[in-house]
Structures are given as C-alpha cells and as structure tokens.
Design a protein around this ligand. Structure first.
Ligand SMILES: [Zn+2]
Length: 511
C-alpha cells in the first residue's frame, strides 16, 4: 500500500507543497528519493528513535519514500514529520485517509520532540493560500512552533512532541481534519499563568510608591526599588504589571513569535502583557538569550525578550551574578539584545519594563541606620555596590520602600489612596500620548518646563552630580509626572518628584 501526505519545501520566499509518498517493501533499507544516503541515514535515525520514544514499534521492513515534484530542494530536515506520519498510517496507527488532507513539516528529536524551526514559510501566506485553493486538498497545516520573529499569520496546528501529535490525529476524525482549514485553533494551555489582578488595595500606605508605580507604567520608565523583606516590593511590581494596558494585535503577535522561538506557546486567549520573574540564580543565557548548539534552531530568547511588551521583574537584584547584572546595560539602553557569534549575529527585541528589587542591606532589615540591622557599614557598601553605577544610571526611577513619613517621602500627592480604576485609565491615557509623540520631540510637544522648574533641574544636576543620562531620566520622569497630572506645564513639584527618585545618585555612601 502506498500512503501519501504533504510536506513543504523551500525555507524562504515562496514555499511549495511537496507530495510525500511512502511504501513498505521487503528488506531493511530506508531510502528517500533525491536524498543522499547520508541525509537519508540521519533522517532514518531520528525518525526511528522518535517513534520508539513514543512507544511505537519500528516496522521491520524496508521503507521507500518518494518526494514529488522531484526538482524541489531535498536538503531540508523538515520532511521528518510527514515521513513519520506516513509510517504511522502504513502501520494503521492513524487513518491513512486523514493524512491526505494534512501538510506537515518539522524535524524530529531522538526523544520524539518536534524541534522549533527557523523558517518563513508562514510569512508568505498568500503564496500558500493560492496553492491551497489550487490543490484544494490540504485542509490542515501541522508545524512545530515557529522559531523566528515573524508573525505566524497563517492558521495552523502547532505541536512540540510527536506523542501529542499522534494523540491528536487519533482523536480527530478525518471529517474534523478536513474541516479545520482556516480555523485558527486556540489553546487553553498557556506558559504564562493568568494571574489574579493585584491592585493598590494589596498595599497599605506607601502612597509615594503607588504614585511612582503609575509613573513607571505610564512612561515605561524602568524602576529599581530598595526595601526590607515584606515591604511590598513584589506586590508593587505586580501592580505595575496590572496597570499596563492590554496588548495590541501587533504586540501580541510579537510576543507569540518570541515565545515560539523559545519553544512554547504564548497564550492566544489572553491579551495581558507578559510577566517574567526569573530567579536570581538565572545565568546570563537565561536572562539575555543564547545561540542554540543545534544549527536548525538559531537563537533562544532569554527572559528579557520573553518579557518584551511586558514586565521583567528581577527580585533580589543584587544576588544576580556580576556578569549577568552588567549584561543588563544593553537592553536597558537600546531595548534590543544583540547575540553575536562567529557565524553571525542576531538581534532580539527586548522592550520590557524592568522592575528590579533588592534588600537595603545583606541582612535585609535596614539601611544601617535601623536598630534591628546587624550589618557593618562596609558590608552594606559591598552589597549595594553590586549594582554598578552604569547599571543604576540606566534605570530611571529609584525608589525606597518601607520609609513612609521619613525624609524619603517626597511625593506631592497626599491623598490617602489612589483609586485603581483611575490609575489604569491614567496609564492608558499617558501611554497613548507617548505612542502619538515618539522620539525626543515629545519634550517640545508636551507640557513645557516652567522657569522655576528649570532652575531646580540645574541645581538637581549639580547636587546629585547627575550624568547626562541621569539628567535625561529626570526630565523624562518629570514629563510623565506632568502628563499623569494633566498639567499644562512641568512644574517644580513634577521635577522635584523626578529628582528625588534618583536614590542611587543620592546615596553618597555608595560613592
Ligand atoms: Zn542589615
């Protein structure tokens, strides 16, 4: 019996469907027409091991695979999937008729995993669609997660393991499969738990911190906070995430592509921005990303890119390794990550809002002035110096928690509580303004700085010994503060708020 199904050929430009025919014969040979014996051997090894890993028996027969039309490129490893499906159909594990409506592509791992692939087949949906209507046969596309940063605009089924795929094909009747064309399949599975919304109601007092959370979310200003355990650092970070508006279609697609490159699915049913909170033991590759050892996989995004368009929360910031901390400089500055290796470089999007948190001292109980703290001044200095000047300088807002009603309470907002709904609306309004006013022109188009505020900015620069970058942060945060207040101008209080949020510049004991 000859079983046939479809695969794809051509990895860029316009992909074409390839008919994959398979037949069992007497003997033990495994042949793929047009493939070199070496490529066929490698394919045979992968398919055999993957099948055995999924609890399937390897047929004790010779297998001949024919790919048509003959002139298409045959160097691809993406025929593993159609071949293995044809083998399963020949053995009666799945219905052969179901396969005639399926086009699949993907490389198998020895353990049965279906490897993500770097291909732009789905980037050209028009060419694929026209072929579909021509052939009028293929109803379902099956692929591994796309390993690229392109938007998967073409509805298709995605699987990461052969055993899932077999289960899916067994449970779907050929009727279902033939009707699934152009129906984007949504999944309830998500790699990101849909968290219950954390709001300001979860924080007692700390009006300064709440105000800065709104400013951070509204202006996409990275934030670092210092506070003893239990002072609400994590809750505040979650509030900032909850304040962010839902993802646009474009942002959602970007997140989907990045998560696909990491080998998992970005929740198609949720519009909430991503939230990543890697542990402080996470290494450089885990945070920034890395090149895969496998040629076909390319780059693997780190937590920073996975948090693109959302929040990256780094708790116990001082506990991250020095190298990892220093690597934060580039994404903080450019919102992209460049991964370089001998064979070339790759750029990953990394426009995440960084929220970093750390204890005020190694024991966590105080800043050295607190009676309960047992740390020596030298220890505290060493601990805080783990956050280098260049890294702290790149973070716009520095905040101290657990110091209400002290000299660190610098907000001009004295209201007891900021209504949550109001806060979300404000953030959405200001973010919209920023989208409409990109680049540094916003300083000319937005609220203008008053002469008194300008004086304060100058003295701020002197007193805090602000760097050029630090000064830019103060101006930006003051602008957001004015926008949040719907103020027609940047007043002294907006500037004071921005200036006093340069904690690491103020901490003279850090110098
Ligand atoms: Zn201490």
């Amino acid at each position: 019996m000859i079983v046939s199904t479809f695969g794809f050929a051509g990895t860029t430009g316009s992909p074409s469907f390839v008919r994959v025919e398979l037949r069992f014969e007497r003997g033990i040979l495994f042949r793929i027409s047009g493939f070199s014996s070496q490529a066929a051997k490698a394919s045979h090894a992968r398919i055999r091991s993957a099948l055995i890993s999924c609890g399937q028996r390897w047929p004790g027969k010779a297998i001949t695979v024919n790919l048509a039309p003959a002139e298409l490129s045959r160097t691809s490893t993406s025929f593993d999937l159609p071949i293995v499906l044809a083998i399963l159909a020949s053995r009666g594990v799945i219905t052969p008729t179901a396969l005639t409506h399926i086009a699949s592509a993907g490389e198998l791992g020895l353990d049965g995993s279906i490897r993500p692939w770097q291909t732009s087949i789905f980037e050209n949906p028009l060419s694929l669609t026209s072929q579909l209507s021509d052939s009028n046969k293929i109803k379902t596309l099956i692929s591994p997660p796309l390993n690229g940063y392109s938007e998967p605009r073409y509805p298709h089924e995605t699987f990461t393991h052969l055993s899932n795929l077999i289960a899916y094909l067994k449970s779907s009747s050929s009727q279902t499969l033939s009707n699934s064309i152009f129906l984007p399949k949504t999944s309830s599975k998500s790699t990101i738990p849909i968290q219950n919304e954390i709001t300001f109601d979860n924080i007692q007092g700390e009006e300064t911190a709440k105000r800065m959370a709104i400013i951070s979310a509204a202006g996409s200003h990275d934030l670092i906070m210092l506070g003893p355990p239990g002072s609400g650092k994590t809750v505040l970070a979650k509030c900032i995430h909850s304040l962010l508006p839902d993802l646009s279609q474009k942002s959602h697609s970007e997140c989907t592509s990045i998560h696909a490159a990491a080998g998992h699915l970005f929740n198609p049913n949720s519009k909430r921005p991503p939230w990543q909170a890697p542990h402080s033991s996470t290494n450089l590759n885990g945070l920034i990303g890395s090149w895969s050892n496998l040629k076909s996989r390319g780059v693997i995004p780190g937590a920073w890119s996975l948090a693109h368009n959302g929040v990256l929360f780094l708790d116990e910031f001082a506990e991250f390794s020095r190298g990892t901390l220093e690597a934060c400089r580039a994404p903080l500055e450019s919102h992209t990550i460049s991964l370089v290796r001998a064979a070339g470089s790759s750029e990953l999007p990394a426009s995440a809002l960084l929220i970093a948190a750390l204890n005020p001292c190694p024991c966590g109980r105080g800043t050295g002035r607190s009676k309960s703290c047992s740390c020596q001044e030298g220890e505290i200095k060493r601990y805080l110096r783990k956050i280098s000047g260049p890294v702290a300088d790149r973070i716009a807002i520095h905040l101290e928690l657990g110091h209400e009603n002290t000299d660190h309470s610098y907000t001009h907002i004295s209201s007891n509580s900021i209504p949550w709904k109001e806060a979300r609306k404000t953030v959405a309004r200001v973010r919209k303004w920023y989208l409409e006013h990109p680049g540094d022109d916003r300083f000319l188009q937005g609220p203008q700085i008053t002469s008194k505020a300008a004086d304060l900015l100058r003295s701020c620069r002197k007193v805090l010994k602000l760097s050029h970058r630090g000064l830019h942060h103060v101006r930006s945060v003051a602008l957001t503060s004015a926008l949040v207040d719907k103020s027609p101008a940047i007043e002294v209080e907006h500037l004071a708020e921005a200036g006093t949020s340069r904690l690491f510049d103020r901490k003279t004991w850090l110098r």
